[in-house]
Design a protein. Structure first.
Length: 378
């Protein structure tokens, strides 16, 4: 799908492509040297990894959580089966990265914690992938000890790692998740996904977060989850992403890091809580930290969650966000979900920051789906 804002940008991408051909070693550096978490990764997933490396040299892919599932004032209707997005409604083009959340798949529910049905989710994942989109999955799973939500911080990690009394329950939960991921197929082949479990672990708001489990128990949980998915259930369509909340140093970033053999992509989740000065500073510093660790480890890195709720600052995208992410080398940026008027992170038609968002999306290095479709990463 070609965007109505994309002609100049596609010319720019063509120039980059020509220069890429003339300095190939630079473009090949990185992904070929990177050991993957899963040595048996499916060919489409290996291609996704390469594609992300190559596109990250050219720009930042725009992503949005739950984009085709709903927006402000509308919800996906499986009977009509239209593929919609507030990003598309505001800019004329779709996001390149699609975030979905698997919270409650562990309970065998038909809908996730935000009332998105897993069957329509699967359909939208297939449709997004068919169009050239990239899928990332988070998991706001319940607390396996108390059966409360992800935000029930009663300690649980120690109970579901080897030696814990609830390990069987957790294994069963992972099996359900594995079955859902394995069901993600297009034309008979597995759809590659970026799985980003146990995110924002350095914050104290989730049961797997700071103060609610020890770093070594967190690492044990991560490794066990990879072993279950990769080795027990033979899911070979996953790139694993580790994404803390704001950090102040490389060592804080790495406090819960499960190790190079267990992580494919490094990420950061940073929100603007109506204090743009602090946000800008955090973004700049954190993306620098990410970049430096990622370069050393030859890993991909991305801005895995961000946004300013309701976007009350009309020029937020061009004046606050863009100057702090440009030239950062992040592979993608994911804006959080457009749930309702009081909880959204991307403008919808008629929103006062719609023009600014369009302007931001027109930036040469911000890549929407139409731009992604023109990049040759074979
Ligand atoms: C949070 C909010 C919640 C939602 C959760 C998981 O940031 O958007 O409303 O349930 O993410 O998607």
């Amino acid at each position: 799908m070609r965007s109505n804002i994309g002609i100049e940008k596609n010319l720019y991408l063509l120039v980059l492509l020509v220069s890429a051909v003339s300095c190939k070693p630079l473009y090949n550096a990185g992904y070929e040297k990177t050991p993957m978490v899963d040595k048996k990764l499916s060919p489409p997933t290996k291609r996704l990894h390469k594609k992300l490396f190559l596109t990250s040299k050219k720009g930042i892919i725009l992503g949005h959580q739950d984009s085709p599932g709903y927006g402000v004032g509308w919800k996906y209707d499986a009977a009509v089966h239209a593929f919609e997005s507030d990003v598309q409604k505001a800019t004329g083009d779709f996001p390149g990265v699609y975030g979905f959340d698997l919270g409650h798949i562990e309970l065998d529910k038909t809908h996730n914690l935000d009332t998105v049905g897993f069957a329509p989710m699967r359909r939208n994942i297939q449709e997004a992938y068919k169009k050239g989109g990239i899928i990332t999955l988070s998991w706001h799973l319940n607390n396996p000890f108390s059966d409360g939500s992800s935000w029930d911080t009663i300690s649980a990690v120690d109970k579901i790692i080897p030696g814990g009394a609830y390990i069987k329950k957790y294994e069963h939960w992972v099996e359900r998740l594995a079955n859902f991921v394995k069901s993600l197929k297009y034309e008979g082949k597995e759809i590659p996904v970026i799985f980003r479990p146990f995110h924002e672990m350095n914050g104290n708001w989730f049961w797997w977060g700071d103060g609610n489990c020890s770093p070594s128990d967190y690492v044990a949980l991560w490794k066990q989850t990879v072993h279950l998915l990769r080795d027990k259930h033979r899911v070979h369509q996953i790139l694993y992403a580790y994404s803390p909340n704001i950090v102040d140093s490389e060592s804080t970033f790495l406090k819960y890091y499960p190790g190079d053999a267990y992580v494919d992509i490094l990420g950061a989740d940073i929100y603007d809580h109506n204090d743009s000065e602090t946000y800008a500073k955090n973004v700049k510093e954190n993306l620098k930290i990410l970049r430096s660790i990622a370069k050393r480890k030859n890993k991909l890195y991305a801005f895995t969650e961000t946004g300013l709720e309701k976007i009350p600052n009309e020029k937020w995208f061009t004046e606050i966000l863009y100057p702090n992410i440009r030239a950062s080398g992040i592979a993608w940026i994911l804006f959080w979900r457009n749930a309702r008027e009081s909880h959204h992170y991307v403008p919808f038609p008629g929103h006062k920051s719609e023009t600014d968002f369009r302007q931001f999306c027109k930036s040469q290095d911000i890549l929407l789906l139409g731009n992604l479709q023109t990049i040759d990463t074979q």
